[in-house]
Design a protein around this ligand. Structure first.
Ligand code: MN
Length: 260
């Protein structure tokens, strides 16, 4: 997110432009950067960084970067969203550029149809599209004062599949700990099998969508998701993450998946 630091930089450069405006060359070169700086300063509120050209855009973080403190820290949230997620969006746009058949699909549909994506961009769509879809699902999964347990059909299905919610949580956390290298742990459901629940892991940015399953919630265990605050202590991050998963949101995703 373009932040106070960028706003301050804008002010400093503006002041500099005023002081040095008697130097035509410098004044004109500063004027040339004006609109860009103005745009950056204007984005100091809730707006995401400058949108890349292309069909895919970075969704704004649905809360302030510090909303999940003290569990997940503001600096990690800011970099994770504004830099990492933004890069997946930018690179996905590059991958589909000049391919109108791909540009008109949602990122979820691109991943569901991964096998039919032209070979020259399939890996880019898998990695960058997966990164975009996975993080787009992640941000709204989390909430300050999150509801701490599932409800409705999801509560019943979790009890049936994992004995209890705490039984589920133990297995989910163990899956998150088991990922070697970068990847995700998921709770998924399979609409083709009456919403059958499963805990699974995926490497890199691979999405369960590519296998026809619906991700309900996923924990990002790439080091970029936790290293600033937790360093090597992934277990502490996994425990902190559980505190901010909003099970109202996840329960309603399950309802939507059952309704197809
Ligand atoms: Mn990530």
């Amino acid at each position: 997110m373009m932040s106070r630091r960028d706003a301050l930089k804008t002010i400093a450069l503006t002041a500099g432009a005023a002081a040095w405006s008697q130097t035509p060359l410098l004044a004109s070169s500063l004027a040339g950067t004006g609109p860009h700086l103005q745009a950056a300063g204007g984005a100091s509120g809730a707006a995401p960084p400058a949108a890349p050209t292309g069909p895919f855009t970075l969704p704004p973080l649905p809360y302030a970067p510090d909303a999940l403190e003290p569990h997940l820290d503001a600096q990690t949230m800011t970099i994770h969203h504004d830099k990492h997620h933004a890069a997946y969006v930018n690179n996905l746009n590059k991958a589909v550029a000049g391919k109108p058949d791909l540009m008109k699909l949602s990122v979820e549909d691109l991943l569901r149809k991964l096998d039919t994506i032209p070979a020259d961009v399939r890996t880019a769509v898998r990695n960058q599209g997966g990164g975009h879809a996975n993080h787009s699902l992640l941000w709204p999964s989390l909430k300050k004062d999150a509801v701490q347990a599932p409800s409705g059909e999801l509560a019943k299905a979790i009890d049936k599949t994992f004995s209890s919610f705490s039984g589920f949580q133990d297995k989910f956390n163990a899956a998150a700990m088991s990922v070697f290298g970068s990847g995700w742990a998921w709770l998924t459901c399979d609409p083709r099998q009456a919403g059958l629940l499963a805990i699974e892991t995926s490497p890199n940015q691979d999405s369960p969508l590519a296998a026809g399953r619906v991700p309900l919630v996923g924990i990002d265990v790439w080091e970029h998701a936790y290293y600033l605050k937790f360093q090597n202590r992934r277990a502490e991050y996994v425990a902190a993450f559980a505190k901010v998963v909003d099970w109202d949101t996840i329960s309603s995703r399950y309802r939507d998946a059952l309704e197809g």
